[in-house]
Each structure stands twice: as C-alpha cells, then as structure tokens.
Design a protein around this ligand. Structure first.
Ligand SMILES: Nc1ncnc2c1ncn2[C@@H]1O[C@H](COP(=O)(O)OP(=O)(O)OP(=O)(O)O)[C@@H](O)[C@H]1O
Ligand SMILES: [Mg+2]
Length: 172
C-alpha cells in the first residue's frame, strides 16, 4: 500500500473516519510518523482528536485555496508522531470556490507535493460523496482504502467507488 492513502466511500456511515482515526493512531503508536488530513466538512476526525472545530483559525480549506502553507495548518495531537490537518464546516464552500480554479482536482496534491517526505504515512479522511473534495483526495493519493458495510445496498455503492477511482485515476 502506498504512502498517501485516501479513505473513501461515497456511502455515509460506513466507518471511514473510524478507520482513519484508529489506523493513524495505531501507525503512530508503532513508531511511524503520520499525517492525518481531515477532508470532510463534518470535521469528525478533527473532533476525535479533541479540537474545537469552531475555534480553528486555519484548516485544510486554507491549504487548498492557497491561503496558508502546509506548516501553518498542521496541528500536533496528543499522540506522539501523529499530526493533523483539521477541517470544519467552512470546507463546504471550497467545492464551489474551486470550480473556477485551473486544475481544481489537483489542489491538494499540489499543496502536499514534495512537502510530506518526512511522514511514513499520510491518511486522508474523505466526505461521503464523490465530489471535488474526494476527487482531490483520489488524485493526491497512491492508493485508496474503502471501508464498507456488508449490507447489500452499501456494498453496491462501494463497488461503484472502486470503479470511479479507477476511471478517474486513469483519466487524470
Ligand atoms: N467496524 C465497525 N463496526 C461497527 N460499527 C462501526 C465500525 N466502524 C465504525 N462504526 C460506527 O459506525 C458509525 C459511523 O462511523 P464513521 O463516522 O467512522 O463513518 P463514516 O463513513 O466516516 O461516516 P460519514 O460518511 O458520515 O463521514 C459510528 O457510530 C461508528 O462508531
Ligand atoms: Mg466520516
């Protein structure tokens, strides 16, 4: 599995954030240096590490819009070796604001490019959709991890996430 891993599934409530939080914590406790990027406007991964979403001055939104450098948006967590780029509700507006930007699907990749070599793993917690945010995560990642529920309707959606990933990766 590659170093930059998107955790994605367009279906909601299938364990994306739980996987992102637990996997990043486990890797850090094993001694790996890890960066977790919360790319969901719900900000649940941000909350999981004890941050007050409403009080954040800089988030992944600022990074993707080029308003802040990587170093300015990274927060230390209580877990040694685990750092977080937080998110909050303001990220909802980003998809609309990106629309007119050139190479709008590469904003995250370009923000990370050449700057995450110090990490053993970069995990990206995606929102439950296949919009521009998830597309940015897929473009920025080496691989995608798709948590799923074995309930038949949910599995059907996961299957389409895989197909969409492959199609979009090939197209970009
Ligand atoms: N492996 C699991 N087994 C049972 N319950 C789980 C498991 N993983 C997560 N859950 C529970 O499922 C619920 C949804 O989990 P989580 O928030 O991680 O999903 P999500 O895919 O990130 O949701 P969203 O799409 O809204 O971001 C939570 O209540 C969580 O505790
Ligand atoms: Mg989630």
């Amino acid at each position: 599995m590659g170093k930059v891993i998107a955790i994605a599934n367009q279906k909601g409530g299938v364990g994306k954030t739980t996987t992102a939080v637990n996997l990043s914590t486990s890797l850090a406790l094993e001694g790996k240096r890890v960066l977790l990027i919360d790319l969901d406007p719900q900000g649940n991964a941000t909350t999981a590490f004890g941050f007050d979403k409403e009080k954040l001055e800089r988030t992944v939104y600022h990074l993707m819009l080029g308003l802040s450098d990587l170093g300015e948006v990274i927060l230390s967590t209580e877990i040694d070796k685990l750092e977080l780029i937080p998110s909050n509700i303001h990220l909802i507006g980003a998809e609309v604001e990106f629309m007119d930007h050139p190479q709008r699907e590469k904003r995250l990749k370009e923000a990370l490019y050449g700057k995450v070599n110090i990490y053993d793993f970069v995990l990206i917690d995606c929102p439950p959709s296949l919009g521009l945010l998830t597309l940015n995560a897929l473009v920025a990642s080496d691989s995608v991890l798709v948590p799923t529920s074995m309930r038949i309707l949910r599995y059907g959606r996961s299957d389409s996430t895989f197909k969409d990933y492959k199609t979009r990766k090939e197209a970009l």
